[in-house]
Write a protein that binds this ligand. Structure first.
Ligand code: HEC
Ligand code: HEC
Length: 493
Protein backbone atom coordinates (compact mmCIF):
# COMPACT_ATOMS: atom_id res chain seq x y z
CA UNK A 1 0.00 0.00 0.00
CA UNK A 2 1.32 3.46 -0.85
CA UNK A 3 0.56 6.65 0.97
CA UNK A 4 1.26 10.23 -0.08
CA UNK A 5 1.61 13.44 1.95
CA UNK A 6 1.30 17.05 0.96
CA UNK A 7 3.66 19.29 2.91
CA UNK A 8 3.12 23.05 2.79
CA UNK A 9 5.84 25.17 4.29
CA UNK A 10 5.89 28.90 4.70
CA UNK A 11 5.78 31.82 7.08
CA UNK A 12 5.37 35.55 6.85
CA UNK A 13 8.96 36.02 5.63
CA UNK A 14 9.13 33.47 2.85
CA UNK A 15 7.40 30.51 1.37
CA UNK A 16 8.90 27.19 0.39
CA UNK A 17 7.02 25.43 -2.41
CA UNK A 18 4.63 22.69 -1.38
CA UNK A 19 6.12 19.22 -1.50
CA UNK A 20 4.34 16.01 -2.21
CA UNK A 21 5.96 13.08 -0.47
CA UNK A 22 4.97 9.78 -1.96
CA UNK A 23 6.16 7.10 0.37
CA UNK A 24 5.33 3.54 1.31
CA UNK A 25 5.21 3.91 5.07
CA UNK A 26 6.02 0.31 5.73
CA UNK A 27 9.65 0.51 4.63
CA UNK A 28 12.18 1.96 7.11
CA UNK A 29 14.42 3.50 4.45
CA UNK A 30 11.61 5.83 3.47
CA UNK A 31 11.37 7.03 7.03
CA UNK A 32 15.05 7.90 6.75
CA UNK A 33 14.33 9.82 3.56
CA UNK A 34 11.49 11.61 5.30
CA UNK A 35 13.82 12.44 8.19
CA UNK A 36 16.36 14.03 5.82
CA UNK A 37 13.60 15.88 4.04
CA UNK A 38 12.33 17.33 7.33
CA UNK A 39 15.89 18.29 8.25
CA UNK A 40 16.34 20.05 4.90
CA UNK A 41 13.04 21.88 5.26
CA UNK A 42 13.85 23.00 8.81
CA UNK A 43 17.17 24.41 7.59
CA UNK A 44 15.24 26.34 4.93
CA UNK A 45 12.85 27.63 7.56
CA UNK A 46 15.72 28.71 9.83
CA UNK A 47 17.05 30.74 6.94
CA UNK A 48 13.63 32.36 6.60
CA UNK A 49 13.33 33.40 10.24
CA UNK A 50 13.63 37.14 10.75
CA UNK A 51 15.60 36.60 13.99
CA UNK A 52 18.43 34.79 12.24
CA UNK A 53 21.40 36.97 11.21
CA UNK A 54 21.78 34.82 8.09
CA UNK A 55 19.12 36.23 5.82
CA UNK A 56 18.31 34.85 2.42
CA UNK A 57 16.67 37.65 0.48
CA UNK A 58 14.74 37.96 -2.66
CA UNK A 59 17.11 39.88 -4.94
CA UNK A 60 16.70 43.62 -4.30
CA UNK A 61 16.33 46.00 -7.19
CA UNK A 62 19.69 47.63 -7.89
CA UNK A 63 20.28 50.63 -10.03
CA UNK A 64 23.30 50.10 -12.25
CA UNK A 65 24.20 53.74 -11.73
CA UNK A 66 24.94 53.07 -8.11
CA UNK A 67 28.09 51.00 -8.30
CA UNK A 68 29.60 52.05 -4.98
CA UNK A 69 32.88 50.27 -5.70
CA UNK A 70 33.03 50.76 -9.47
CA UNK A 71 33.79 47.43 -11.16
CA UNK A 72 34.52 45.85 -7.77
CA UNK A 73 30.85 46.28 -6.79
CA UNK A 74 28.96 43.14 -5.81
CA UNK A 75 25.20 42.73 -6.00
CA UNK A 76 24.63 41.03 -2.70
CA UNK A 77 22.71 42.43 0.24
CA UNK A 78 22.85 39.28 2.37
CA UNK A 79 24.76 38.69 5.60
CA UNK A 80 27.78 37.82 3.43
CA UNK A 81 27.77 41.18 1.67
CA UNK A 82 31.19 42.28 3.04
CA UNK A 83 32.97 38.96 2.40
CA UNK A 84 32.84 38.61 -1.37
CA UNK A 85 35.90 38.87 -3.63
CA UNK A 86 35.80 41.71 -6.15
CA UNK A 87 34.06 40.32 -9.25
CA UNK A 88 36.68 41.75 -11.62
CA UNK A 89 39.63 39.74 -10.26
CA UNK A 90 41.58 37.60 -12.70
CA UNK A 91 41.66 33.87 -12.01
CA UNK A 92 45.15 34.10 -10.49
CA UNK A 93 44.16 37.12 -8.40
CA UNK A 94 41.07 35.31 -7.12
CA UNK A 95 43.25 32.41 -6.06
CA UNK A 96 45.53 34.78 -4.14
CA UNK A 97 42.51 36.45 -2.55
CA UNK A 98 41.19 33.08 -1.39
CA UNK A 99 44.58 32.19 0.11
CA UNK A 100 44.43 35.46 1.99
CA UNK A 101 40.91 34.63 3.16
CA UNK A 102 42.18 31.43 4.79
CA UNK A 103 44.92 33.36 6.61
CA UNK A 104 42.48 36.10 7.67
CA UNK A 105 40.46 33.39 9.40
CA UNK A 106 43.47 31.47 10.78
CA UNK A 107 43.35 30.99 14.55
CA UNK A 108 46.77 31.47 16.14
CA UNK A 109 48.06 29.46 19.06
CA UNK A 110 51.14 29.58 21.24
CA UNK A 111 54.48 28.32 19.97
CA UNK A 112 55.64 25.60 19.45
CA UNK A 113 52.73 24.36 17.35
CA UNK A 114 52.68 23.00 13.83
CA UNK A 115 49.97 25.27 12.52
CA UNK A 116 49.80 29.04 13.16
CA UNK A 117 52.14 29.33 16.15
CA UNK A 118 53.35 32.63 17.57
CA UNK A 119 50.34 34.00 19.45
CA UNK A 120 51.25 36.43 22.22
CA UNK A 121 52.80 36.49 24.75
CA UNK A 122 50.20 39.20 25.14
CA UNK A 123 47.40 39.86 22.70
CA UNK A 124 43.82 41.05 22.18
CA UNK A 125 42.43 38.29 20.00
CA UNK A 126 43.49 35.11 18.19
CA UNK A 127 42.46 35.82 14.58
CA UNK A 128 41.70 38.74 12.29
CA UNK A 129 38.13 37.55 11.69
CA UNK A 130 37.39 37.40 15.43
CA UNK A 131 37.50 41.19 15.53
CA UNK A 132 36.46 41.94 11.94
CA UNK A 133 33.50 39.58 12.16
CA UNK A 134 32.23 38.65 8.66
CA UNK A 135 34.73 41.25 7.39
CA UNK A 136 32.46 43.77 9.04
CA UNK A 137 32.67 45.90 12.14
CA UNK A 138 33.08 45.12 15.80
CA UNK A 139 31.16 46.53 18.74
CA UNK A 140 31.65 47.31 22.40
CA UNK A 141 30.92 44.47 24.80
CA UNK A 142 27.37 44.07 26.10
CA UNK A 143 26.78 43.55 29.83
CA UNK A 144 29.75 41.71 31.38
CA UNK A 145 30.97 40.15 28.15
CA UNK A 146 34.76 40.72 27.88
CA UNK A 147 36.47 42.86 25.25
CA UNK A 148 36.33 41.20 21.85
CA UNK A 149 36.49 43.69 19.00
CA UNK A 150 37.06 46.93 20.89
CA UNK A 151 40.64 47.77 21.80
CA UNK A 152 42.32 50.58 23.71
CA UNK A 153 45.37 52.47 22.53
CA UNK A 154 47.52 54.03 25.24
CA UNK A 155 50.17 56.70 25.41
CA UNK A 156 51.82 59.28 27.63
CA UNK A 157 51.21 62.98 27.07
CA UNK A 158 53.86 64.80 25.09
CA UNK A 159 55.72 67.25 27.26
CA UNK A 160 56.52 69.92 24.72
CA UNK A 161 54.32 70.17 21.64
CA UNK A 162 51.41 67.71 21.74
CA UNK A 163 50.92 68.30 18.02
CA UNK A 164 54.51 67.64 16.97
CA UNK A 165 53.36 65.11 14.37
CA UNK A 166 55.38 62.37 16.05
CA UNK A 167 54.09 58.92 17.01
CA UNK A 168 52.38 58.50 20.39
CA UNK A 169 54.74 57.97 23.36
CA UNK A 170 54.51 54.40 24.70
CA UNK A 171 53.56 53.86 28.33
CA UNK A 172 56.38 52.07 30.19
CA UNK A 173 55.27 48.52 30.94
CA UNK A 174 52.30 48.74 28.54
CA UNK A 175 53.43 50.06 25.18
CA UNK A 176 50.81 51.78 22.99
CA UNK A 177 47.95 49.30 23.34
CA UNK A 178 46.28 47.52 26.23
CA UNK A 179 46.61 43.78 25.60
CA UNK A 180 43.91 42.27 27.75
CA UNK A 181 44.81 38.63 27.10
CA UNK A 182 48.02 36.64 27.58
CA UNK A 183 49.43 33.18 27.06
CA UNK A 184 50.30 31.05 30.08
CA UNK A 185 53.09 32.54 32.23
CA UNK A 186 52.47 36.05 30.92
CA UNK A 187 50.34 38.78 32.46
CA UNK A 188 47.34 40.23 30.69
CA UNK A 189 47.93 43.95 30.96
CA UNK A 190 44.55 44.73 32.42
CA UNK A 191 40.82 45.05 31.83
CA UNK A 192 38.48 47.90 31.03
CA UNK A 193 35.27 48.77 32.82
CA UNK A 194 32.77 50.64 30.67
CA UNK A 195 30.00 52.73 32.21
CA UNK A 196 27.46 54.61 30.16
CA UNK A 197 25.45 57.63 31.31
CA UNK A 198 22.38 58.52 29.28
CA UNK A 199 21.69 62.07 28.24
CA UNK A 200 18.64 63.24 26.41
CA UNK A 201 18.69 65.53 23.43
CA UNK A 202 15.48 67.06 22.13
CA UNK A 203 15.20 67.98 18.46
CA UNK A 204 13.25 71.07 17.31
CA UNK A 205 10.07 69.07 16.70
CA UNK A 206 10.20 67.67 20.24
CA UNK A 207 11.58 64.21 19.43
CA UNK A 208 13.71 62.94 22.30
CA UNK A 209 16.91 61.05 21.46
CA UNK A 210 19.01 59.40 24.15
CA UNK A 211 22.78 59.44 23.76
CA UNK A 212 24.96 57.26 25.97
CA UNK A 213 28.21 58.82 27.18
CA UNK A 214 30.88 56.19 27.76
CA UNK A 215 33.32 56.29 30.66
CA UNK A 216 36.31 53.95 30.50
CA UNK A 217 38.21 52.81 33.59
CA UNK A 218 41.27 50.61 33.25
CA UNK A 219 41.13 47.98 35.97
CA UNK A 220 43.20 45.02 37.17
CA UNK A 221 46.31 46.35 35.44
CA UNK A 222 49.28 44.06 36.17
CA UNK A 223 51.21 47.09 37.43
CA UNK A 224 50.05 50.63 38.18
CA UNK A 225 49.41 52.86 35.20
CA UNK A 226 50.75 56.41 35.28
CA UNK A 227 48.08 58.90 36.28
CA UNK A 228 48.45 60.86 33.04
CA UNK A 229 47.86 57.93 30.66
CA UNK A 230 45.94 58.78 27.47
CA UNK A 231 43.38 56.18 26.38
CA UNK A 232 41.84 55.85 22.91
CA UNK A 233 39.01 53.33 22.45
CA UNK A 234 38.71 51.91 18.92
CA UNK A 235 36.31 49.39 17.52
CA UNK A 236 37.28 47.17 14.56
CA UNK A 237 36.07 48.76 11.29
CA UNK A 238 34.80 46.84 8.26
CA UNK A 239 37.58 45.75 5.88
CA UNK A 240 35.96 45.72 2.41
CA UNK A 241 36.73 48.25 -0.34
CA UNK A 242 40.06 49.20 1.23
CA UNK A 243 42.22 48.64 -1.87
CA UNK A 244 40.13 51.31 -3.58
CA UNK A 245 40.86 53.77 -0.76
CA UNK A 246 44.55 52.91 -1.02
CA UNK A 247 44.40 53.57 -4.77
CA UNK A 248 43.13 57.16 -4.46
CA UNK A 249 46.02 59.37 -5.56
CA UNK A 250 47.54 61.40 -2.75
CA UNK A 251 47.03 64.70 -4.61
CA UNK A 252 43.29 63.97 -4.91
CA UNK A 253 43.03 63.60 -1.12
CA UNK A 254 45.21 66.65 -0.47
CA UNK A 255 43.03 68.71 -2.82
CA UNK A 256 40.14 68.30 -0.33
CA UNK A 257 42.29 69.48 2.57
CA UNK A 258 41.59 73.01 3.76
CA UNK A 259 43.46 73.20 7.04
CA UNK A 260 42.94 76.89 7.62
CA UNK A 261 39.38 76.86 6.28
CA UNK A 262 40.15 79.35 3.51
CA UNK A 263 36.67 78.88 2.00
CA UNK A 264 35.11 79.80 5.38
CA UNK A 265 32.57 76.93 5.46
CA UNK A 266 33.65 75.93 8.99
CA UNK A 267 35.00 72.64 7.69
CA UNK A 268 38.76 72.30 7.39
CA UNK A 269 39.98 68.77 6.72
CA UNK A 270 43.57 67.91 7.45
CA UNK A 271 45.78 65.10 6.20
CA UNK A 272 47.62 62.94 8.71
CA UNK A 273 51.25 62.14 7.93
CA UNK A 274 52.49 59.03 9.67
CA UNK A 275 55.66 56.96 9.82
CA UNK A 276 55.98 54.46 6.97
CA UNK A 277 58.26 51.68 8.20
CA UNK A 278 58.96 50.38 4.68
CA UNK A 279 59.81 53.73 3.12
CA UNK A 280 61.39 55.02 6.37
CA UNK A 281 59.74 58.41 6.04
CA UNK A 282 56.48 60.18 6.90
CA UNK A 283 53.74 59.54 4.32
CA UNK A 284 50.00 60.24 4.06
CA UNK A 285 47.93 58.28 6.60
CA UNK A 286 44.77 56.61 5.29
CA UNK A 287 43.71 53.73 7.56
CA UNK A 288 42.56 53.48 11.14
CA UNK A 289 40.13 55.83 12.93
CA UNK A 290 42.75 58.59 12.97
CA UNK A 291 44.31 57.82 9.58
CA UNK A 292 47.21 56.49 11.64
CA UNK A 293 48.43 53.88 9.14
CA UNK A 294 49.84 54.72 5.69
CA UNK A 295 49.33 51.46 3.79
CA UNK A 296 47.35 48.26 4.08
CA UNK A 297 50.60 46.28 4.26
CA UNK A 298 51.68 48.19 7.35
CA UNK A 299 48.15 48.16 8.81
CA UNK A 300 48.03 44.36 8.50
CA UNK A 301 51.56 43.87 9.90
CA UNK A 302 50.69 46.19 12.80
CA UNK A 303 47.52 44.17 13.45
CA UNK A 304 49.52 40.95 13.66
CA UNK A 305 51.99 42.60 16.02
CA UNK A 306 49.80 44.79 18.24
CA UNK A 307 46.57 42.79 18.30
CA UNK A 308 47.87 39.21 18.19
CA UNK A 309 51.51 39.37 19.33
CA UNK A 310 52.81 38.00 16.04
CA UNK A 311 56.01 39.22 14.39
CA UNK A 312 56.46 39.91 10.67
CA UNK A 313 59.39 41.30 8.70
CA UNK A 314 57.94 44.81 9.28
CA UNK A 315 57.70 44.45 13.06
CA UNK A 316 60.26 41.94 14.31
CA UNK A 317 59.98 42.82 17.99
CA UNK A 318 57.23 41.23 20.08
CA UNK A 319 54.59 43.69 21.26
CA UNK A 320 55.39 42.86 24.88
CA UNK A 321 58.02 45.57 25.14
CA UNK A 322 55.93 46.61 28.10
CA UNK A 323 56.71 43.51 30.13
CA UNK A 324 60.50 43.38 30.29
CA UNK A 325 60.68 39.67 31.12
CA UNK A 326 58.78 38.90 27.91
CA UNK A 327 60.50 41.22 25.49
CA UNK A 328 61.69 39.28 22.52
CA UNK A 329 63.06 39.85 19.08
CA UNK A 330 62.37 37.12 16.52
CA UNK A 331 65.24 35.96 14.37
CA UNK A 332 62.67 34.88 11.78
CA UNK A 333 59.23 36.41 11.57
CA UNK A 334 56.37 34.31 12.95
CA UNK A 335 54.31 35.17 9.87
CA UNK A 336 56.14 35.00 6.54
CA UNK A 337 56.21 37.71 3.88
CA UNK A 338 54.11 35.43 1.64
CA UNK A 339 51.31 35.27 4.22
CA UNK A 340 51.57 39.00 4.94
CA UNK A 341 51.26 39.60 1.20
CA UNK A 342 48.16 37.44 0.66
CA UNK A 343 46.37 38.88 3.70
CA UNK A 344 47.13 42.40 2.48
CA UNK A 345 45.83 41.43 -0.96
CA UNK A 346 42.72 39.98 0.65
CA UNK A 347 41.75 43.28 2.32
CA UNK A 348 42.67 45.14 -0.86
CA UNK A 349 40.27 43.11 -2.99
CA UNK A 350 37.05 42.57 -1.01
CA UNK A 351 34.10 43.79 -3.08
CA UNK A 352 31.93 46.77 -2.11
CA UNK A 353 28.20 46.02 -1.89
CA UNK A 354 26.00 47.92 -4.35
CA UNK A 355 23.48 50.47 -3.12
CA UNK A 356 19.86 49.46 -2.81
CA UNK A 357 16.56 51.31 -3.41
CA UNK A 358 18.27 54.21 -5.14
CA UNK A 359 15.10 55.19 -6.98
CA UNK A 360 12.93 55.24 -3.88
CA UNK A 361 11.58 58.82 -3.51
CA UNK A 362 12.31 58.89 0.23
CA UNK A 363 15.92 57.77 -0.39
CA UNK A 364 16.27 60.46 -3.05
CA UNK A 365 14.94 63.10 -0.68
CA UNK A 366 17.42 61.88 1.96
CA UNK A 367 20.27 62.18 -0.50
CA UNK A 368 19.25 65.77 -1.15
CA UNK A 369 19.13 66.50 2.59
CA UNK A 370 22.55 64.87 3.03
CA UNK A 371 23.95 67.39 0.57
CA UNK A 372 22.02 70.33 2.07
CA UNK A 373 23.28 69.56 5.59
CA UNK A 374 26.90 69.69 4.30
CA UNK A 375 27.44 66.04 5.20
CA UNK A 376 29.02 65.58 1.80
CA UNK A 377 31.74 68.14 2.61
CA UNK A 378 33.46 65.44 4.67
CA UNK A 379 31.66 62.29 3.51
CA UNK A 380 32.67 62.94 -0.13
CA UNK A 381 30.34 60.87 -2.33
CA UNK A 382 32.47 60.32 -5.44
CA UNK A 383 36.19 59.82 -5.97
CA UNK A 384 38.29 58.38 -8.75
CA UNK A 385 41.09 55.91 -8.00
CA UNK A 386 44.51 55.98 -9.67
CA UNK A 387 46.80 53.00 -9.88
CA UNK A 388 47.56 50.60 -7.03
CA UNK A 389 50.61 48.59 -8.02
CA UNK A 390 49.82 44.89 -8.40
CA UNK A 391 46.07 45.37 -7.94
CA UNK A 392 44.56 46.28 -11.33
CA UNK A 393 41.00 45.51 -10.16
CA UNK A 394 40.96 48.58 -7.88
CA UNK A 395 42.81 50.86 -10.29
CA UNK A 396 40.99 53.50 -12.41
CA UNK A 397 37.63 53.11 -10.69
CA UNK A 398 34.92 55.68 -10.01
CA UNK A 399 33.80 54.96 -6.47
CA UNK A 400 31.26 56.24 -3.92
CA UNK A 401 32.93 55.79 -0.51
CA UNK A 402 31.51 58.90 1.27
CA UNK A 403 34.84 59.84 2.82
CA UNK A 404 37.64 62.34 2.20
CA UNK A 405 40.12 60.29 4.31
CA UNK A 406 40.96 63.53 6.12
CA UNK A 407 40.96 64.43 9.80
CA UNK A 408 38.26 66.66 11.24
CA UNK A 409 37.77 68.19 14.66
CA UNK A 410 34.59 66.51 15.91
CA UNK A 411 34.32 68.45 19.17
CA UNK A 412 34.84 67.55 22.83
CA UNK A 413 32.01 64.97 22.95
CA UNK A 414 33.84 62.53 20.70
CA UNK A 415 37.38 63.46 21.76
CA UNK A 416 39.78 60.77 22.97
CA UNK A 417 42.35 63.45 23.89
CA UNK A 418 45.13 61.22 22.57
CA UNK A 419 47.08 62.81 19.70
CA UNK A 420 48.21 60.36 17.01
CA UNK A 421 50.89 61.83 14.68
CA UNK A 422 49.18 64.99 13.34
CA UNK A 423 45.70 64.02 14.58
CA UNK A 424 44.78 66.00 17.68
CA UNK A 425 42.79 64.64 20.60
CA UNK A 426 39.54 65.85 19.03
CA UNK A 427 40.23 64.84 15.43
CA UNK A 428 39.03 61.71 13.62
CA UNK A 429 39.28 60.55 10.04
CA UNK A 430 35.97 60.70 8.15
CA UNK A 431 34.90 57.05 7.97
CA UNK A 432 33.55 55.75 4.65
CA UNK A 433 29.77 55.26 4.71
CA UNK A 434 29.48 52.66 1.93
CA UNK A 435 27.79 49.49 3.11
CA UNK A 436 26.65 51.19 6.34
CA UNK A 437 23.03 50.20 5.70
CA UNK A 438 24.03 46.52 5.72
CA UNK A 439 25.83 46.50 9.09
CA UNK A 440 22.73 45.28 10.91
CA UNK A 441 22.33 42.38 8.51
CA UNK A 442 26.01 41.40 8.44
CA UNK A 443 27.00 42.05 12.04
CA UNK A 444 23.66 41.91 13.84
CA UNK A 445 24.09 45.31 15.52
CA UNK A 446 23.97 49.01 14.72
CA UNK A 447 26.81 50.32 16.87
CA UNK A 448 28.57 53.20 15.13
CA UNK A 449 31.43 55.68 15.69
CA UNK A 450 35.00 54.93 16.75
CA UNK A 451 34.02 53.21 19.98
CA UNK A 452 30.58 51.93 19.00
CA UNK A 453 28.82 54.27 21.45
CA UNK A 454 26.06 55.20 18.97
CA UNK A 455 23.28 52.60 18.95
CA UNK A 456 21.85 53.61 15.60
CA UNK A 457 22.55 55.96 12.71
CA UNK A 458 20.63 58.90 14.17
CA UNK A 459 22.60 58.74 17.42
CA UNK A 460 25.82 58.68 15.35
CA UNK A 461 24.74 61.87 13.56
CA UNK A 462 23.70 63.62 16.76
CA UNK A 463 27.17 63.00 18.24
CA UNK A 464 28.70 65.18 15.49
CA UNK A 465 30.25 68.37 16.90
CA UNK A 466 33.23 70.60 16.13
CA UNK A 467 33.51 71.14 12.38
CA UNK A 468 30.31 69.11 11.95
CA UNK A 469 28.34 71.13 14.52
CA UNK A 470 26.45 73.08 11.84
CA UNK A 471 25.51 69.83 10.05
CA UNK A 472 24.17 68.35 13.26
CA UNK A 473 22.11 71.49 13.95
CA UNK A 474 20.51 71.21 10.50
CA UNK A 475 19.49 67.64 11.37
CA UNK A 476 18.10 68.75 14.74
CA UNK A 477 15.95 71.30 12.92
CA UNK A 478 14.58 68.81 10.41
CA UNK A 479 11.03 67.46 10.60
CA UNK A 480 10.61 63.82 11.55
CA UNK A 481 9.84 62.95 7.93
CA UNK A 482 13.07 64.61 6.79
CA UNK A 483 15.15 62.81 9.40
CA UNK A 484 13.53 59.53 8.33
CA UNK A 485 14.47 60.31 4.73
CA UNK A 486 18.08 61.04 5.71
CA UNK A 487 18.27 57.67 7.49
CA UNK A 488 16.58 55.92 4.54
CA UNK A 489 19.34 57.34 2.35
CA UNK A 490 22.10 56.14 4.72
CA UNK A 491 20.45 52.71 4.81
CA UNK A 492 20.55 52.56 1.03
CA UNK A 493 24.36 52.85 1.09
C1 HEC B 1 41.54 42.85 18.69
C2 HEC B 1 40.77 43.10 17.52
C3 HEC B 1 41.48 43.12 16.19
C4 HEC B 1 42.22 42.13 15.60
C5 HEC B 1 42.60 40.79 16.16
C6 HEC B 1 42.55 42.63 14.28
N1 HEC B 1 42.03 43.88 14.10
FE1 HEC B 1 42.16 44.97 12.42
N2 HEC B 1 41.44 46.58 13.40
C7 HEC B 1 40.99 46.58 14.70
C8 HEC B 1 40.77 47.95 15.13
C9 HEC B 1 40.29 48.39 16.49
C10 HEC B 1 41.11 48.77 14.04
C11 HEC B 1 41.13 50.31 14.02
C12 HEC B 1 42.52 50.67 14.50
C13 HEC B 1 42.81 52.12 14.68
O1 HEC B 1 41.96 52.97 14.47
O2 HEC B 1 43.94 52.43 15.04
C14 HEC B 1 41.50 47.88 12.96
C15 HEC B 1 41.84 48.30 11.69
C16 HEC B 1 42.11 47.43 10.64
C17 HEC B 1 42.23 47.84 9.25
C18 HEC B 1 42.02 49.24 8.70
C19 HEC B 1 40.57 49.48 8.43
C20 HEC B 1 40.23 50.90 8.03
O3 HEC B 1 39.11 51.13 7.55
O4 HEC B 1 41.02 51.81 8.22
C21 HEC B 1 42.56 46.70 8.55
C22 HEC B 1 42.80 46.59 7.06
C23 HEC B 1 42.65 45.61 9.50
N3 HEC B 1 42.37 46.10 10.76
C24 HEC B 1 43.01 44.32 9.17
C25 HEC B 1 43.28 43.35 10.13
C26 HEC B 1 43.95 42.10 9.85
C27 HEC B 1 44.42 41.64 8.49
C28 HEC B 1 44.05 41.42 11.04
C29 HEC B 1 44.73 40.10 11.31
C30 HEC B 1 46.13 40.04 10.98
C31 HEC B 1 43.42 42.26 12.04
N4 HEC B 1 42.98 43.42 11.47
C32 HEC B 1 43.29 41.91 13.37
C33 HEC B 1 40.80 45.46 15.49
C34 HEC B 1 41.40 44.23 15.25
C1 HEC C 1 33.31 67.82 9.51
C2 HEC C 1 33.23 66.56 8.83
C3 HEC C 1 31.94 65.79 8.91
C4 HEC C 1 30.68 66.22 8.59
C5 HEC C 1 30.25 67.58 8.09
C6 HEC C 1 29.82 65.09 8.81
N1 HEC C 1 30.53 64.01 9.25
FE1 HEC C 1 29.81 62.20 9.69
N2 HEC C 1 31.58 61.66 10.49
C7 HEC C 1 32.73 62.43 10.46
C8 HEC C 1 33.74 61.81 11.28
C9 HEC C 1 35.15 62.30 11.48
C10 HEC C 1 33.15 60.66 11.84
C11 HEC C 1 33.79 59.68 12.82
C12 HEC C 1 33.61 60.20 14.23
C13 HEC C 1 33.91 59.21 15.32
O1 HEC C 1 33.93 58.00 15.06
O2 HEC C 1 34.12 59.62 16.46
C14 HEC C 1 31.81 60.59 11.27
C15 HEC C 1 30.91 59.53 11.50
C16 HEC C 1 29.69 59.40 10.87
C17 HEC C 1 28.85 58.24 10.93
C18 HEC C 1 29.20 56.93 11.62
C19 HEC C 1 30.13 56.16 10.71
C20 HEC C 1 30.74 54.94 11.30
O3 HEC C 1 31.41 54.22 10.54
O4 HEC C 1 30.58 54.66 12.50
C21 HEC C 1 27.71 58.53 10.21
C22 HEC C 1 26.54 57.61 9.98
C23 HEC C 1 27.85 59.88 9.73
N3 HEC C 1 29.07 60.36 10.13
C24 HEC C 1 26.89 60.54 8.98
C25 HEC C 1 26.94 61.92 8.75
C26 HEC C 1 25.82 62.71 8.29
C27 HEC C 1 24.45 62.17 7.93
C28 HEC C 1 26.24 63.99 8.23
C29 HEC C 1 25.43 65.21 7.88
C30 HEC C 1 24.29 65.48 8.74
C31 HEC C 1 27.63 64.00 8.62
N4 HEC C 1 28.01 62.73 8.95
C32 HEC C 1 28.44 65.12 8.62
C33 HEC C 1 32.88 63.61 9.78
C34 HEC C 1 31.83 64.41 9.33
Amino acid sequence: MRKGYFVFIGNSHCAVPALYIYTPVTEMKYFRKLFYLILFVSILLTACSSESPVVVDSPPVFSTSELSGGETTIFDASSHAFSIPAPNLSEAALEKHLEGDVEFEAVFVTAPAVINPGLGPIYNNVSCINCHSRDGRGRPPVADEGLVSLLFRLSLPKTEDAMDGKPPIPVPGFGTQLNNRAIINANPEGKVKIDYTEQTLTTEDGTRVHLRYPDYTLTETYQPLPEAVEVSPRVAPAVFGLGLLEAIPEDVILAYADETDTDGDGISGKPNFVWDVVQQRYTLGRFGWKANQPTLLQQVAAAYNDDMGITTSLFMTENSAGQPQLTGHSATPEVSDEILDVVTFYVQTLAVPARRNVDDPEVKQGEQLFAEAQCASCHVPTLRTGVLAGVPSVSHQTIHPYTDLLLHDMGPGLADNRPDFHASGTEWRTPPLWGIGLVQRVNGHTNFLHDGRARDLMEAILWHGGEAEASRKVVEQMSKAERDALIAFLESL
